[in-house]
Design a protein around this ligand. Structure first.
Ligand code: ADP
Ligand code: TPW
Ligand code: MG
Length: 580
């Protein structure tokens, strides 16, 4: 059993195993074949041996990127994405992504090596000493530590279940250095491993909850469906399509739910968002929370008189978390269960006599849409010099339409908001972005994971500031020769490049080096760099990137005056002197 003597299995391979091997075996036994991480004491040999054992081990330049990669791999595959780091500083670098996974309901396991417990607990100053478990716990859905090799099977099984069952989230697994070197009888070690049976069990909604929801929908004069990233995660694509089309109800996709049905679908109400939110009388949320992204279900966005007033809508909420309902406004019909089961139950409960929404509502939505789409087409048709967000995005929109399989990564402020509204998605789980926190820095980690987990080409539309948070990972992209085409919307800064320090001297806080040549960063590692000043140059470069499948970075020079402060969320800025 678990001795503390370091003893690497060599000739006695058939008789003894060790902590390193058991971690690898436990992951593989559960179908986990990829690790996103960064080596160092005490996990260097874990990365080597995992690779030697046939796992894909992707090494990053910063743990934060590895963590974001793991989190989005979890979203895309429904298997927990694994991020592997060293102790204290590596752990802390990965922690941001762990919190991000928990907040966004993505299944992920952050595995960090840690220092010697006896020394850490007495605070005697070990190498990279830190009580990692205690620090991770408030940011994780669950956090565990394994001290003995014979418990590795249980530790990994618990981490997997916690990550993917119910509402998915980030799990921390603390593996002290001493654990890896423990050796034990190989047969016994094998017996102690657990292949998790049914890690994310179906959760069937109660029939009366389904009936209550359908009754409310039947009573609606102006119904609306909102699809969130939980609906995308659930991989219940055909059921969701069937529900939307059978009910005939207009729907709004949240950012990462775009493409669940093609954005060009006649029932898609994205182009009439500010009309349908205040106008609807019954709203069915499917895998979307009424958080800030939906103005908490109240206020002017929803037709309320004041900023906190209820707009009068009744809500149905389909969600796996029984605690989610009533978090912001009253939910009249909570339907608790997994989205696949809930949506199927709703479809079968609809029966034959389920009428379409009143024509008056559908016509009003469609009129509003038509008007806004025409306005957008006019904006996109302009070809100003210098290029602005819209003239660049008109190109991106065409390219994505022609390559609907490609994964699509997006971060920035204006570079995010304009892209989301201009670029249509046509397939589920293609668009991955800044998520619930509006976090900058996910970009390159997402690109790596998207390419690795889906084996599809990746297009990333990045603000120049956003890109900077993970820019060094272009080396990672080149090293693994991934088919990633990064487009930097280069407007010389955060939101805009025009701010000036009124006192002279240092540059203003939001501006960067003017006309920075980001494309050379890609060239430094053997990828393709392109400097694009016109939509034509951008189009040719993107087409070539997709054709060649080579790592490409296009520096798209955007009018530095074109953006707005904070993109679409200027209103959240606390303005000096503003009264509450
Ligand atoms: P968005 O940002 O797109 O509005 P959110 O992240 O706010 O989406 O909401 C996602 C919701 O989906 C969460 O409340 C989560 O509990 C729920 N969810 C995640 N996976 C499932 C699933 N398989 N079945 C049901 N609900 C789910
Ligand atoms: C981890 C605050 C929100 S958006 C943004 C910052 C710094 C960058 C906007 O500039 P960019 O886009 O990317 O050039 P554009 O097109 O408007 O010029 N730190 C973190 N997350 C967030 N959200 C911020 C800071 C922020
Ligand atoms: Mg910018």
């Amino acid at each position: 059993m678990g001795t503390v003597e370091p003893q690497v299995a060599t000739t006695a391979q058939t008789q003894t195993t060790d902590g390193f091997q058991l971690v690898i075996d436990a992951l593989k036994l559960n179908g986990i074949d990829t690790i996103y991480g960064l080596p160092g004491i005490p996990i260097t040999d874990l990365t080597r041996r995992a690779q030697a054992d046939g796992m894909r081990v992707l090494s990053f330049r910063h743990e934060q990127s590895a963590g974001y990669a793991a989190s989005i791999a979890g979203f895309l595959t429904q298997k927990p994405g694994i991020c592997l780091t060293v102790s204290a500083p590596g752990f802390l670098n990965g922690l941001n992504a762990l919190a991000h996974a928990t907040v966004n309901c993505f299944p992920m396991i952050l595995i960090s090596g840690s220092s010697e417990r006896e020394i850490v607990d007495l605070q005697q100053g070990d190498y990279e000493e830190m009580d990692q478990l205690a620090i991770a716990r408030p940011l994780a859905k669950a956090a565990y530590r394994v001290l003995h090799a014979e418990d590795i099977g249980v530790g990994i099984a618990r981490a997997i279940r916690a990550a993917v069952s119910g509402r998915p989230g980030g799990v921390y697994l603390d593996l002290p250095a001493k654990l890896f070197a423990q050796s034990m009888d190989a047969e016994l070690g094998k017996k102690n491993l657990i292949k998790v049976v049914d890690p994310a069990p179906k959760q069937i909604p109660a029939p009366d909850a389904v009936e209550r929801a359908l009754d409310l929908l039947r009573s609606a004069k102006k119904p609306l469906i909102i699809l969130g990233k939980g609906a995308a995660y659930a991989q219940a694509d055909s059921q969701i399509k069937e529900l939307v089309e059978k009910t005939g109800i207009p729907y709004l996709p949240m950012s990462m739910a775009k493409g669940l049905l093609p954005d060009t679908h006649e029932q898609c109400a994205s182009a009439a968002r500010s009309f349908v939110l205040p106008g609807a009388d019954v709203v069915m949320l499917i895998g979307a929370r009424l958080n800030w992204l939906l103005s908490h279900g109240k206020g002017k966005t929803w037709g309320g008189k004041g900023p906190k007033d209820w707009g009068g809508q009744k809500f149905i909420q389909v969600d796996i978390s029984p605690q989610e309902a009533d978090s912001n406004v009253r939910i009249d019909a909570p339907v608790v269960g997994d989205i696949g089961s809930c949506v199927s139950a709703l479809i079968s409960g609809m029966g034959k006599d389920f009428g379409k929404p009143p024509a008056e509502w559908l016509n009003a939505v469609s009129e509003k849409k038509k008007g806004n789409i025409a306005k957008m087409a006019e904006t996109l048709a302009k070809n100003p010099t210098p290029m602005n967000f819209h003239s660049a995005l008109a190109v991106v929109r065409d390219i994505v339409k022609g390559n609907p399989d490609a994964m699509f990564v997006n971060e920035g402020a204006n570079a995010l908001d304009f892209t989301r509204s201009v670029v249509d998605m046509f397939m589920p789980r293609k668009r991955i972005d800044v998520g619930t926190w509006g976090i900058m820095g996910v970009g390159m980690g997402y690109c790596v994971a998207a390419a690795v987990a889906t084996r599809q080409p990746v297009i990333a539309i990045e603000g120049d500031s956003a890109f900077g948070f993970s820019g060094m990972e272009v080396e990672t992209i080149c090293r693994y020769n991934l088919p990633v085409c990064i487009v930097i919307m280069n407007n010389n800064g955060v939101y805009k490049g025009t701010d000036v320090n009124p006192r002279g001297g240092d540059a203003a806080p939001t501006v960067f080096v003017k006309d920075a040549r980001y494309e050379k960063l890609m060239e430094a590692f053997g990828g393709v760099g392109v400097y694009a000043k016109t939509p034509g140059e951008l189009r040719r470069a993107m087409e070539e990137a997709l054709r060649s499948a080579r790592p490409t970075l296009i520096n798209a020079v955007i009018d530095e005056t074109a953006g707005t402060e904070s993109g679409r969320i200027t209103s959240l800025n606390p303005t000096a002197g503003k009264k509450k």
